[in-house]
Design a binder for this molecule. Structure first.
Ligand code: DSN
Length: 418
C-alpha cells in the first residue's frame, strides 16, 4: 500500500489497523468471512475505472472487450457451480438483489410473504421499515414457539389465506435446514413466485453441505460474501428463461446503473475457488464446527433457538443467563470474540437491545480452526457471559484474560488474505 500510505496516510493507517483487528479477533459474525488474497487482489484493480451498463454483448458504452469476458466468466461459473441456466452477477448487494425480484414479478401493493425479521427473516422480505414492507402488502410467517422451527403447515395456511404473489424462504438468522421442496409445493398451490434467499448458506449449498433450492425455487438470490467467501456483492439465479429475462431487466435498467466490474471479477475468482474439492471440505467443516460449538454451548447451559444447528449459524437466547444480547456482545468483543446481538423469536426486548446473540463458524473455519478450537471458543463465551452476569470487576478480569488467550489462538491460525 505504498501509494496509499504516501497519498493518504490516515486512511492507510486505518486500513492497517482494521487488518490487525481482524487478525487478532475471533470472527463469529455469521454473515462475515475472510476472502482469499486472490479475491482481494481482483477487487483492487483498474476494473473500477470502467462503466459497463447493459450485459455482455449488449452495452451502452464502448470499450467492453475485456469486461464482457470477465462478466461472462463470472456468469458461467455461477451457472456451473449452482447448476442453474441463468445468473445475473450485477446486483450491488443482497438488498438490491431482492428489490430486483419485487420489480421483476410484483406491482406496488401486491402481497409478499416472508419470514418475519425477529424470526430470522430479512428486512427486504417485507419487513415494515423496509421499502418492501411499505410499498407492498407484507404477510409473515415465523417459527413455532415450542420448537423454534418453521411450521410448514402454518406457512401453507397463511399462503392459502393471503394468496401472496411472491414468497421468500431463507433469511439471516435461521439455524436449521430450509425445506425448499415444501416451500415450492406451497408456492405452486397458491400460484406464487418462490424466491429462495440463500445469502447465508450459499457456500454450504455450493459445497454440498446444505440442500440446494435449484429445481424448487423460481428465483434464487444470494450475496457473495458470506459462506460463499467472495467480495461484497450479490447474484440472482433462475432456471426458466422468462424469470431470467424479468430479473435482468429489473437489475438493469430497472434498479441499477453500471455494474461494479472490480466486484464482478472478484466474484468470478470466488466462484472458481468455490468449485474446488478444498471448498467442499471447507463447507462441510463449517457445519461440523458449528455443531461442535453448539454442543459445547448447550453443555454450558446456553439456550439455543431450535435447540441446535444444521448449518453455519447459532442463535442464542441469553435470557436464562440473566443478561441482554447487547452487553454480552460488547463484552465478548472486548475479549476478542466478535459477534452481533440479535433478536430471538418472540423477543420481549427491543431490536437495538435484544435478548440474543447470533454467531457463525464461516470465518473461524476459513482460518483452519476445528472442533477443539470451537470447544475453547464456547468455553470463553461462557466465561465472559457468566462473569458479566455476576459482577463487573470479575467481568473485567475475565475479559482481559480471555483477550490474551484469544490473541494466542489467532496467532496460530492466520486468516486468509491478511
Ligand atoms: N446484514 C446481513 C446479515 O448480517 O445477515 C443480512 O443482510
Amino acid at each position: 500500500m505504498s501509494s496509499l500510505s504516501s497519498v493518504d496516510p490516515q486512511i492507510a493507517e486505518l486500513i492497517k489497523a482494521e487488518e490487525r483487528r481482524q487478525a487478532d479477533t475471533v470472527k463469529l459474525i455469521a454473515s462475515e468471512n475472510y476472502v482469499s488474497k486472490a479475491v482481494l487482489e481482483a477487487t483492487g484493480t483498474v476494473l473500477t475505472n470502467k462503466y459497463s451498463e447493459g450485459y455482455p454483448g449488449k452495452r451502452y458504452y464502448e470499450g467492453q472487450q475485456v469486461i464482457d469476458q470477465i462478466e461472462t466468466l463470472a456468469i458461467e461459473r455461477a451457472k456451473s457451480l449452482f447448476g442453474v441456466n441463468h445468473a445475473n452477477v450485477q446486483p450491488y448487494s443482497g438488498s438490491p438483489a431482492n428489490l430486483a425480484i419485487y420489480l421483476a414479478f410484483l406491482q406496488p401493493g401486491d402481497t409478499v410473504m416472508g419470514m418475519g425479521l425477529p424470526f430470522g427473516g430479512h428486512l427486504t422480505h417485507g419487513w415494515s421499515v423496509s421499502a418492501t414492507g411499505k410499498w407492498f402488502n407484507p404477510v409473515r410467517y415465523g417459527v413455532r414457539r415450542d420448537t423454534g422451527r418453521v411450521d410448514m403447515d402454518e406457512v401453507r395456511e397463511i399462503a392459502l389465506r393471503e394468496r401472496p404473489k411472491l414468497i421468500f424462504c431463507g433469511g439471516t438468522a435461521i439455524p436449521r435446514t430450509i425445506d425448499f421442496p415444501a416451500f415450492a409445493e406451497i408456492a405452486r398451490e397458491v400460484g406464487a413466485v418462490l424466491a429462495a434467499d440463500i445469502a447465508h448458506i450459499a457456500g454450504l449449498v455450493a459445497g454440498g453441505a446444505h440442500p440446494s433450492p435449484v429445481g424448487h425455487a423460481d428465483v434464487i438470490s444470494t450475496t457473495t460474501h458470506k459462506t460463499l467467501r467472495g467480495p461484497r456483492g450479490a447474484m440472482l439465479m433462475a432456471t426458466a428463461d422468462e424469470h431470467a429475462t424479468a430479473l435482468n431487466k429489473a437489475v438493469f435498467p430497472g434498479l441499477q446503473g453500471g455494474p461494479h466490474n472490480h466486484t464482478t471479477a472478484a466474484i468470478a475468482v470466488a466462484l472458481k475457488e468455490a468449485a474446488t474439492d478444498e471448498f467442499k471440505d471447507y463447507a462441510h467443516q463449517v457445519v461440523v464446527n458449528s455443531q461442535a460449538l453448539a454442543e459445547e454451548l448447550l453443555g454450558r447451559g446456553f439456550d439455543l433457538v431450535s435447540g441446535g444447528t444444521d448449518n453455519h449459524l447459532i442463535l442464542l437466547d441469553l435470557t436464562p443467563k440473566g443478561i441482554g444480547g447487547k452487553p454480552a456482545a460488547q463484552a465478548m468483543d472486548r475479549a476478542g470474540l466478535e459477534t452481533n446481538y440479535n433478536t430471538v423469536p418472540f423477543d420481549p426486548r427491543k431490536p437495538f437491545d435484544p435478548s440474543g446473540i447470533r454467531i457463525g463458524t464461516a470465518g473461524v473455519t476459513s482460518r483452519g480452526m476445528g472442533v477443539a478450537e470451537m470447544r475453547q471458543i464456547g468455553a470463553w463465551m461462557d466465561q465472559v457471559v457468566s462473569a458479566l452476569a455476576k459482577d463487573q470487576d470479575e467481568a473485567e478480569r475475565v475479559i482481559t484474560r480471555v483477550q490474551g488467550e484469544v490473541r494466542e489462538l489467532t496467532s496460530r491460525f492466520p486468516a486468509p488474505g491478511l
